[in-house]
Design a binder for this molecule. Structure first.
Ligand code: PEP
Ligand code: MG
Length: 598
C-alpha cells in the first residue's frame, strides 16, 4: 500500500472513532483481535564481559555512537508524535544530555573494565534506585524515562539479549518495541494471537518467524508499545499493516465479515495439498518449505511441501543454553531427513551473526555493522571445529534420507572451496570412525550477496544448486538494513536490479546444468510468483503457512504468461510499476489471492 493511502486510511479510522490507529508494516497476513501482552525491557538481560585496556577507547566510542543514534531517533519520534505526548520525549532527551549520567558510564568503563552494555545498565539501575527513593512525585516519575532511554541506548549498542520468555497465561497479542529472534523461538506459539512490534521490517527475523508460525504480525509500528498497556484490547491487521488500540464494536463487526470470507478462501486452498505445483501448461516448479526447528517438519508436511528447501539450523542452536553436540545435532537432523525422505531436506549450515547470536558464542556482538561482518560462512570458516562438527552431524543424517548441505552468505569462490575442503575432512573422519553417510551428498550455495550473483558462473562448477536468499540479497544490493523500519519503504523486491540478479543467477545455473531456487521471503508473496517463475527459477522454498496460496498462484498461470511478465519487469522503470503489473495479473488469473496477501 502506498504511504499516502495509509495516511488516508489512518485519518478515516480516527475520524470514524474506530479506535486509535497505528501504522506499520504487515509481515504476516491475517487479523488478530485480543488483549495485549506487553514485553517490557525489564525482561531483557545484559551480558557482563571483561574488557582489555586497549578496548576501552572502542567501548567509549560505541557508547558515544549509540547516544547519537538514540538522540536522533528520539527527535524523530517526537516529531511524528501527537503534540499531547511529544513532551514526554523532552524528558528523554534531557537524560541523554545529563552529564553526571554520561560521566558515570564513561568512568565505569574506564575503571571497572567491563563492556559498556553492562556498565550502562548498572548505572541506569543505580539512577533508578535513587530516584525511586525520593519524595518528589515528579522525580519519581522519571524512573520510567531513565529505563526507556537506557533500553534504547542498549538497543543501539546491539547488546541487549533476550532472556527466557515468561509464559503467557492466556492467548494474547504480543506487543514489544523489539523482540530478538532468540526470544521469539522460546515463546509459547499456541498462546500468541499476533505480534505487534515498534521496530522491524518485512524481512527481519521476527517477521520470518511470525510468518512461519502463521500468526498475524505487524512490525515498524514506531511507538505503539509505549501507548499500550497489558490487557488493552487490540485489533491487529497483518494484511493492511496496522494496529488499532481499543477498536470500536462496529469496526470489530466489519472485521468479522472480512475474516469469514478469507477463511473460506483458505479452506478451498487446503484442497490443493496433494496437487502438483504445475503451471497451467505443465511446467513443474518444486515447491518446498522453510523450517527453523526440527519439529516444524510437521507443518511442512501438512502444508503439502515437496521437501524442505531451507532448514535454518541456527534457530536450533539458539533455542538452548549450550552448544548442541554432534550427536544431538545428528539426532535432530536425522529426524527431519528421515521423515521427509525421499523428499529432500536442504540443511543450511550455521548462519550466526547479523542479528542472530548465541549466549555462549558472542564473538560478533561488538561489531558496529554485524550484517556486513563476521557472519554465516565467514564465522564458520573461522571456527573450523564448530563447523566440522555440524557437517559431520549432517553427513551422518544423510545415511537416513535425502539430505543436502547449503552454505550461507557465500561472496566468493574461495569460501566455497574452503568449506568443501572442511566437508571432505568431515567425511574422512566419519569414514575412519565407521559411520555410514552419503559420500555424494549435494552441496549448494546461497546466493545472497551481490558479488555471488555476479559470479554465479564461477561458483556453479563447485556446487549442485543455488538458492537465492533474497532477504539478504535485497539488503546488500539496495543498501537497506533489513531490520531498520525507517528505510523499510526502500526494501523493494521488485526493484529491477534485484530481478536482474535473480535472472542472472538462474541463467548461469542453467548454463552449468544446476537448478536455482529461492528461499527468501519474497517467495512467499503469491503476487510475486508469476514473476519468479518467469525469471527461470526451478524451486521456491517458502514458509509452510503461505505454501498453499503460492501453489495456487503457480497453478493459475501459464509459463508463457510468467515469461511475459518477467520480461517486462526486467526493463521496468520502477519497483512500483512491477507491483502494479503483478496485481493486474493476479486480478485476471487468481483474484482469490488478493484476499490473502499482505
Ligand atoms: C535470505 O537471506 O533470504 C535467507 C533466506 O536467509 P535468512 O533470512 O535466514 O538470512
Ligand atoms: Mg540470508
Amino acid at each position: 500500500m502506498r504511504v499516502e493511502d495509509k495516511v488516508n486510511q489512518a485519518d478515516e479510522a480516527n475520524a470514524a472513532g474506530a479506535g486509535a490507529l497505528f501504522l506499520g508494516i504487515g509481515v504476516c497476513a491475517g487479523v488478530a483481535v485480543g488483549r495485549a501482552f506487553c514485553r517490557r525491557h525489564e525482561d531483557h538481560k545484559i551480558v557482563e564481559r571483561d574488557i582489555a585496556v586497549e578496548d576501552v577507547p572502542r567501548e567509549i566510542a560505541r557508547f558515544e555512537s549509540a547516544m547519537i543514534a538514540t538522540r536522533s531517533q528520539l527527535r524523530e519520534i517526537q516529531k511524528s508524535s501527537d503534540p499531547a505526548v511529544a513532551g514526554i520525549f523532552d524528558a528523554h532527551l534531557m537524560i541523554l544530555d545529563d552529564r553526571p549520567f554520561i560521566d558515570r558510564v564513561i568512568f565505569g568503563v574506564e575503571n571497572r573494565m567491563k563492556n559498556v552494555e553492562y556498565v550502562l545498565s548498572t548505572v541506569a539501575h543505580e539512577f533508578v534506585q535513587s530516584l525511586s527513593k525520593v519524595q518528589d512525585d515528579y522525580l519519581r516519575e522519571r524512573v520510567a524515562d531513565v529505563n526507556d532511554v537506557a533500553r534504547r541506548i542498549l538497543r543501539n549498542l546491539g547488546g541487549v539479549r533476550g532472556a527466557a520468555e515468561k509464559p503467557l497465561a492466556e492467548p494474547a497479542i504480543l506487543v514489544a518495541d523489539d523482540l530478538p529472534p532468540s526470544e521469539i523461538v522460546l515463546i509459547d506459539k499456541t498462546k500468541v494471537l499476533g505480534i505487534a512490534m515498534d521496530l522491524g521490517s518485512p524481512t527481519c527475523h521476527v517477521a520470518i518467524l511470525a510468518g512461519k508460525m502463521g500468526i498475524p504480525a505487524v512490525v515498524g509500528l514506531h511507538n505503539f508499545s509505549a501507548a499500550v498497556a497489558s490487557g488493552d484490547e487490540i485489533l491487529l491487521d497483518g494484511n493492511k499493516g496496522h494496529a488499532i488500540l481499543r477498536p470500536s464494536a462496529e469496526l470489530l463487526g466489519q472485521y468479522d465479515r472480512i475474516a469469514a470470507s478469507r477463511r473460506s478462501v483458505e479452506i478451498s486452498l487446503r484442497e490443493l495439498k496433494d496437487q502438483p505445483s504445475d503451471t497451467r501448461d505443465g511446467c513443474r516448479i518444486f515447491l518446498a518449505a522453510n523450517i527453523e526447528m526440527p519439529q516444524d517438519v510437521d507443518q511442512a508436511l501438512s502444508s503439502g511441501a515437496d521437501g524442505v528447501g531451507l532448514f535454518r539450523t541456527e534457530y536450533f542452536f539458539m533455542s538452548r543454553q549450550d552448544l548442541p553436540s554432534e550427536d544431538e545435532q545428528f539426532q535432530a537432523y536425522r529426524d527431519v531427513v528421515s521423515r521427509l525422505t525421499p523428499a529432500p531436506t536442504i540443511i543450511r549450515t550455521l548462519d550466526l551473526g547479523g542479528d542472530k547470536f548465541l549466549p555462549n558464542l558472542d564473538g560478533a556482538l561488538n561489531e558496529s555493522n554485524p550484517f556486513m561482518g563476521w557472519r554465516a560462512i565467514r564465522f564458520c570458516l573461522a571456527q573450523p571445529d564448530l563447523f566440522k562438527t555440524q557437517l559431520r552431524a549432517i553427513l551422518r543424517a544423510s545415511a537416513f534420507g535425502n539430505a543436502k548441505i547449503m552454505y550461507p552468505m557465500i561472496s566468493n569462490v574461495d569460501e566455497i572451496v574452503r568449506a568443501n575442503a572442511i566437508l571432505d575432512q568431515a567425511k574422512k573422519e566419519l569414514f575412519e570412525r565407521g559411520y555410514p553417510f552419503n559420500p555424494h551428498i549435494e552441496v549448494g550455495a546461497m546466493i545472497e550477496v551481490p558479488s555471488a550473483a555476479m559470479i554465479a558462473d564461477l561458483i556453479a562448477p563447485h556446487v549442485s544448486f543455488f538458492s537465492l536468499g533474497t532477504n539478504d540479497l535485497i539488503q546488500y544490493t539496495l543498501a537497506i538494513d533489513r531490520g531498520n523500519e525507517r528505510v523499510a519503504y526502500l526494501y523493494e523486491p521488485t526493484h529491477p536490479a534485484i530481478l536482474r540478479l535473480i535472472k542472472h543467477t538462474a541463467d548461469a545455473g542453467h548454463r552449468f546444468g544446476i537448478w536455482t531456487g529461492l528461499c527468501g521471503g519474497v517467495g512467499g508473496d503469491p503476487l510475486m510468483t508469476p514473476l519468479l517463475v518467469g525469471l527461470g527459477l526451478d524451486e521456491l522454498s517458502v514458509s509452510p503457512a503461505v505454501l498453499p496460496v503460492v501453489k495456487d498462484a503457480i497453478r493459475s498461470i501459464t509459463y508463457s504468461e510468467a515469461r511475459d511478465i518477467a520480461d517486462a519487469a526486467l526493463y521496468s522503470q520502477s519497483a512500483m510499476d512491477v507491483q502494479e503489473m503483478s496485481r493486474e495479473l493476479a486480478r485476471k488469473v487468481a483474484p482469490e489471492i488478493l484476499e490473502l496477501v499482505v
